[in-house]
Design a protein around this ligand. Sequence first.
Ligand SMILES: *[C@@H]1O[C@H](CO)[C@@H](O)[C@H](O)[C@H]1NC(C)=O
Ligand SMILES: *[C@@H]1O[C@H](CO)[C@@H](O)[C@H](O)[C@H]1NC(C)=O
Ligand SMILES: *[C@@H]1O[C@H](CO)[C@@H](O)[C@H](O)[C@H]1NC(C)=O
Ligand SMILES: *[C@@H]1O[C@H](CO)[C@@H](O)[C@H](O)[C@H]1NC(C)=O
Ligand SMILES: *[C@@H]1O[C@H](CO)[C@@H](O)[C@H](O)[C@H]1NC(C)=O
Ligand SMILES: *[C@@H]1O[C@H](CO)[C@@H](O)[C@H](O)[C@H]1NC(C)=O
Ligand SMILES: *[C@@H]1O[C@H](CO)[C@@H](O)[C@H](O)[C@H]1NC(C)=O
Ligand SMILES: *[C@@H]1O[C@H](CO)[C@@H](O)[C@H](O)[C@H]1NC(C)=O
Ligand SMILES: *[C@@H]1O[C@H](CO)[C@@H](O)[C@H](O)[C@H]1NC(C)=O
Length: 487
Amino acid sequence: MASFSFIPFLVLLHVLILFNVGEGGEMVTMDDGELSGLFEVMGSLLDDPTWAQVHPQPCTDTPWPGVQCELMAQEDGSNGPQDGQQDYNPTIFHVTKIHIGSDILTPPCKPNASLSSKGLMKLPFLKTLSLFNCFNVTPVSLSSSLFENNSLSSLEHLALVSNPGLYGSIPSSLGHIQTLRVLSLSQNKLNGEIPQGICQLVNLQQLDLSYNHLTGSIPQEIGKLKTLTIFDLSYNMIGGQLPSSFGQLESLQKIDLGFNVINGRVPQELGNLNKLVLIDVSHNFLSGPLPESLSGLKQLEYLVIQDNPINTGMPLFIGSLGRLKVLSFSRCGLRGPILTSLSILKNLTALSLDNNSLNGTVPSYIGSLPNLEQLNLSQNQLSGELLVSQEFIKRIGMRLDIRGNNGLCIKNNTSSSEVKNPISCISSRSRTGGKKSSWGGEEHKDECGNMNSNLYQRNWSTKIHHHGYEFSLGLGQMFLVMILLLL
Ligand SMILES: *[C@@H]1O[C@H](CO)[C@@H](O)[C@H](O)[C@H]1NC(C)=O
Ligand SMILES: *[C@@H]1O[C@H](CO)[C@@H](O)[C@H](O)[C@H]1NC(C)=O
Ligand SMILES: *[C@@H]1O[C@H](CO)[C@@H](O)[C@H](O)[C@H]1NC(C)=O
Ligand SMILES: *[C@@H]1O[C@H](CO)[C@@H](O)[C@H](O)[C@H]1NC(C)=O
Ligand SMILES: *[C@@H]1O[C@H](CO)[C@@H](O)[C@H](O)[C@H]1NC(C)=O
Ligand SMILES: *[C@@H]1O[C@H](CO)[C@@H](O)[C@H](O)[C@H]1NC(C)=O
Ligand SMILES: *[C@@H]1O[C@H](CO)[C@@H](O)[C@H](O)[C@H]1NC(C)=O
Ligand SMILES: *[C@@H]1O[C@H](CO)[C@@H](O)[C@H](O)[C@H]1NC(C)=O
Ligand SMILES: *[C@@H]1O[C@H](CO)[C@@H](O)[C@H](O)[C@H]1NC(C)=O
């Protein structure tokens, strides 16, 4: 990211040298009002009272890594010569990005950092405002006036992330910033409800409000956000039911509502979202049955339902989701048999059905899913033999857990053709102290520490964050291209 902030500067400086200088020999740089706005904003954030003196020309001669500018043609009559000379080509620098975070080598925000709405108002060309880990000590809240009176009218990317001092509610006036494409207010202490105003942000592509203290429910008007690709409300206290208007979010790729208190049924309209790659609704109070329309989610790779009182049989639609990689129905009150139709899930790497009331035998295809690396069937009422090959055991190792069932055992299928297999089936019905090998009291006791079910979760959530990262990188590149075009 750091390199991204510098490349435009090199280009801009280079161009500036070639550039015309004004009559008095003065370079055309930037508007005084904008400059003072920038000074006010930086002054309210940074622990450096001399910032303005050290960076008198922040767009050109005295740059700062967290500030970016773009050269733009001036609007007619704003600052150019009055006589309308043809060959005068008035251009000017505008501040387009302010970013403070640990990825750039700058001094940290001051303990009593705040956001100067007066200063921001003077930066009408600002496209990106991102402050990571800035408001740490003195409590700061987002004032409604920040987004009023046509201020921040060019803002596309607002990221105020990981600020333990940022509290209070999200102002509804945020909805005035129609240009907004990315809104991330993750990992703060924001509370109150999701304001209706957010549903006016019709150009929004990413909405991340995760890890806050938000309450209330998801507004029905959320369906207006037709270009939304990422929707993340995880780790809040959002309740109520999922609105059926979710079905209108036709660009959605990722929806993460995990760790909230949402209740009711999953609306069947969710099945319209044929671009969805990830659904995580874990740790809520959703009840079953899940709508069979979810068979329409042909791109789905991650389906994480765990810890919801679904209390039905295993839903049949799972057998249509051929791209699934991770399927978790742990602690969902599932009962009856394990579906026989999952053999088509060739890409499945993690299957978690633990702590349900599943009964009957385990279908034999499970032991031959070619990519399975994690299988948890523990704490059910399963019985009979689970046929596995030597290769399967080698691949899955300690990430196979069948403890706590009704006499479910594992059969080494490698030698099954040879009748003389003395220990064909090892019962798993032992009283498990948690230290036993998952598949029936064999070796590897010491590796049990690696077996906790969070392991793979952490891995795939890292992947997903990378996914989000790709998006922002994409924006960065777009930004660069725009600068080059403008030159
Ligand atoms: C922030 O703290 C500095 C001293 O560290 C002080 O000079 C300044 O007035 C304070 N600003 C605000 C807005 O409280
Ligand atoms: C916005 O405009 C209203 C009326 O035009 C004014 O009263 C208010 O002070 C302005 N807000 C800010 C933050 O300047
Ligand atoms: C399985 O994954 C591979 C590689 O990611 C992909 O090319 C293939 O299309 C996937 N299979 C299905 C059925 O989606
Ligand atoms: C199974 O889930 C119940 C609640 O649904 C919980 O109390 C219990 O501890 C869980 N058992 C295991 C082994 O995780
Ligand atoms: C599974 O449990 C249900 C009751 O919940 C019972 O009707 C059914 O016979 C059981 N099936 C097997 C194979 O034990
Ligand atoms: C078990 O072995 C039989 C015969 O060798 C084979 O047809 C079957 O696919 C194997 N099952 C698994 C789960 O490996
Ligand atoms: C399974 O059987 C094969 C062939 O008899 C043997 O080489 C292998 O060690 C056995 N694996 C386990 C885990 O018992
Ligand atoms: C399987 O699930 C049980 C119960 O939910 C849990 O206690 C155990 O750690 C899990 N096993 C693995 C290998 O993840
Ligand atoms: C998870 O990622 C760690 C490294 O971050 C790696 O060592 C581990 O093998 C991965 N586990 C799985 C199940 O992929």
